[in-house]
Write a protein that binds this ligand. Sequence first.
Ligand code: NG6
Ligand code: CA
Length: 515
Amino acid sequence: MNTKLSLLSGCSLLAAIVSAQTQRPNVIVLLGDDVGSGDLSCYKGKVSTPHIDRLAARGTMFTDAHAAAATSTPSRYGLLTGQYPFRRTGTDVADGNAEMVIRPHQYTLADMFKEAGYATAAIGKWHLGLGSRRAQQDWNGTIDATPADIGFDYSCIMAATADRVPCVFIENGSVRNYDPTAPIEVSYVKNYEGEPTGKTHPHLLKLQPSHGHDMSIVNGISRIGYMKGGGSALWQDENIADSIAHFAIDWVERHLDENARRGEQQPFFMYLCTNDIHVPRWPHSRFVGRSGLGLRGDAILQFDETVGRVMEALEKRGIADNTLIILSSDNGAVLDDGYADQAEELKGDHRENGMLRGGKYSAYEAGSTVPFIVSWPAGRVPQGKTSKALVSQIDAIRSLAVVAKGNVADSLATDSRDQHATWLGRSDKSREYSVAMAYNRSVSIRTKDWKYIPPTKGRPMVGWGPKIETGFSSEPQLYDMKKSVEEQENVAKKYPKVLRRLQQKLSEVVGAVAR
Ligand code: NG6
Ligand code: CA
C-alpha cells in the first residue's frame, strides 16, 4: 500500500471511529409487566431467561432499582414524565376507557427524544388512558388524544391491560384490523344486553377468575369491564406476545428502510412494553408446560423470547452495536392476581421478588423494586457488571437526554435527575433517595442505607385477593437496609435522628411543586 493510500484509509478509519463515538445510539426501553426482581435467571430466578441474561452480560445489571410506583399506571407515568405520580390525581390504575392520563401539554421522555431528532414509537401495553374524555372514546373511528400528542410518532398499543376491555390493539388512534361488521362498545358501568359474563356464564371460561375479572368474556377469558363487538380485531391471548414483537420489529425495519431511502441515519427511540407477565397469563402453546412453574413461569419464557426476537432483529440489521437497551418492569411481582393459574402452587423454590418483603401494590420493597438492565456493547459501557447502586426510573428523561444529546429545560421533568454515569455502569454512585407510591397512594422513601414508610391507613394485607403484605401501618417504620433488605425489624425507635432526617427529606420531596 502506498503512503497516500494508507494515510487515506487511516483517515477513514479514524472517521469511522469518530462517527461511531459521536453517532447517537438508538434507545429501546423494554418494559415487562409485573416482572419481579427475582424472576429472571440472571437475578437467580428459576426459569431460564437466556436472552435477557445475554442482555445483562452486555452491560450493567442493577440489584437496587426502583419504579416510581407499585402498580402500572403511576409507575409508567413517572417513567415517561419524570414527575412523581403522587403529585397529581388521576394517576391510579386506569380503566380501559380512562382518558389519557398524561395531558397533551405535559413533557415526556418521547418529547425529549423527538426534539433531539429521534424517531419515536410506543408499542404494546399502554395503560395510560386514551382520548380527551373518559368513556367518550370513538372506538369505531379515531380517538382524539393518543400517544402522538405526547411525543410518539407511531403507536400500536393495548389501551390498558390484557385483563381489561377493550381487547384490541390500537394503532395511531384507531383500532387495528378494525372489523366493520362488529362495532365496538365499551363500558365500565354496565353490561350489554344478552352478552355473557364470567359471572353469569362461568362454564364458557377456559381460565377461571380467582377474584374480580368476572365481566365480559373474550376468547373464553372474563375481564374487567364490559365490551361488545370487535370481531376479527379482537386479540388472541396466545398471540399477544408475538403480535407485540412483530409490531416492534416491523416498526424498526420500516424506520431503517426509510433511513436508507433518504440516505439518513436518524436514530430511534422505542418504548416497548410487553403484556407478559401480567394476568391473564395465557402464553402461546409453544411455551405451555415448558417452565415447570405453570403459566406464570411459561409467560416468563415468552417474555424472554420477545427480548430475544428484538435482539436478533437488531443484529440482523446490523444495528445491535448502536442500540442501547434498558430492560425493566413497571412494578414488583405478584402470584395470584385474579386468575386461577396456579402461580402460587407451582412456583417451587422460585422467589419472584428475591428476598424482598411484600409484592406488587406494597409499600414494602417488593412493590416497586424491579429488574433493571442497561445494555450496550463493549467499548461503550463496561460489560457483565452488577451494580448495587440505588437507581430509579424517574431519572429516565434526564439520564437518557445525555445519551441522546437532548435538552431538557429546568422547568420540565422536575423529579428526574441525570444519573447517566450510573445507568451506563461508569459510576457506582447511588441516587440520593428514591420514592415510590403504593396502591393506596402513600409514598415511602429509600436511601441506599435506609427505608422509611410513613404511618398510613390501610390493612396489613392486600384486601381483595392477592396474598401480599402491604407494609401499611399506623406506626412509622424505619428499616436498616445495610443490615438486611428484608424489612423485618422496625428500628424507628432505635434511630430517631435517621428517622427525622428521612421524614424531612420525604416531606421536602412531596412538598416540592411540580411545575
Ligand atoms: C387490579 C386487578 C389486577 C391487575 C391490577 C393492575 C382485580 C381484582 N385486580 O385491580 O388483576 O389488573 O389491577 O395491574 O381487578 S397493573 O400491573 O396493570 O397495575
Ligand atoms: Ca404492572
